[in-house]
Design a protein around this ligand. Structure first.
Ligand code: C2E
Ligand code: CA
Ligand code: CA
Ligand code: CA
Length: 275
């Protein structure tokens, strides 16, 4: 029994070591990727329900890995957050998004996802100011998307950073609204410029009465607060019609377009301008 226990422990130790090593490998790979320019931004349009026009694009980071190909953010953002590498990566995202958006015809907004780790790090205000300064992008065309986890811990640091960013004229959106524990509390504590309804509610719109009730309530909340509401993950014409009937402001999702490389985003704007 003792020997079996020892074997078991050794197996556990080995498994732990493998986990730690795998993480260290990804960590080193992220560093290399930053140094060698393997990250790129794709852009997904946000469209006005009323006019059908593109009002903005959300920047979504991809890792163009030399061996694994295009890696989605879900597999490396968490490691980047745990290791603090989200800070330099996030600064790169801000600079790249502002640089590319500055040249867009029709001057739509660009939305950038910002992690709570970045906000807590203290450097985000400077990073935003520098990205705006070097690109010449008007502050009102930049929007930061934050989830309500920013309200969960160390609220003085994160709220302070958000208020400072907002005083530069930059917009701040509440992302994934309704998925956490304190969505309402967050709205109470900070003057968000936009609410994004999480795609889980949009997905259930056609099937469930409950999802419709929630979507209706969030849109009503936005209207009462004077804050525009964007629905995420709109995939079907039926969902769009529902959202139109509820007078949702903007939609984003595969129905209109998947996230596309910067050149394709620019073409979308050029074509829209030519109509
Ligand atoms: P998010 O901010 O909620 O971004 C929306 C995600 O939904 C994107 O996944 C997008 O491709 C996907 N999506 C858009 N339309 C549809 C649709 O109609 N149906 C479905 N099923 N999905 C749709 P993506 O690009 O894989 O990004 C995943 C998450 O990674 C993002 O969720 C965001 O939390 C994070 N992320 C992406 N880029 C960055 C970044 O630059 N910085 C930080 N901190 N996080 C990022
Ligand atoms: Ca987002
Ligand atoms: Ca979202
Ligand atoms: Ca999300």
């Amino acid at each position: 029994a003792k020997a079996a226990g020892r074997d078991c422990y050794r197996a556990f130790e080995e498994a732990m070591r493998a986990v730690v090593e795998a993480r260290r490998t990804v960590e080193n790979e992220i560093r290399t990727a930053l140094a060698e320019g393997q990250f790129e931004l794709h852009y997904q349009p946000q469209v006005s329900v009323l006019t059908g026009r593109i009002t903005g694009f959300e920047a979504l980071v991809r890792w163009n890995h030399p061996v694994r190909g295009m890696v989605p953010p879900g597999s490396f953002i968490p490691v980047a957050e745990e290791t603090g590498l989200i800070v330099p990566l996030g600064t790169w995202v801000l600079r790249e998004a502002c640089r590319q958006a500055a040249g867009w015809p029709g001057a739509p907004r660009v939305s950038v996802n910002v992690s709570v780790v970045q906000l807590r790090s203290g450097g985000v205000v400077k990073a935003v100011a520098e990205a705006l300064g070097e690109s010449g992008l008007e502050p009102g065309r930049l929007e930061l998307e934050v989830t309500e986890t920013v309200m969960l811990d160390d609220t003085t640091a994160t709220l302070g950073a958000l208020r400072a960013v907002r005083s530069l004229g930059v917009l701040v959106a509440m992302d994934d609204f309704g998925t956490g524990y304190s969505s309402l509390n967050s709205l109470h504590n900070f003057a968000f410029d936009r609410i994004k309804i999480d795609r889980s509610f949009v997905a259930d719109l056609a099937s469930g009465e409950k999802a419709l009730a929630i979507v209706r309530a969030v849109i009503g909340l936005g209207r009462s607060l004077g804050v525009p509401v964007t629905a995420e993950g709109v995939e079907t014409p039926a969902q769009l019609e529902r959202l139109r009937a509820e007078r949702c402001d903007d939609v984003q999702g595969y129905l209109y377009s998947r996230p596309v490389p910067a050149a394709a985003a620019r073409r979308m704007l050029e074509e829209a301008g030519g109509r």
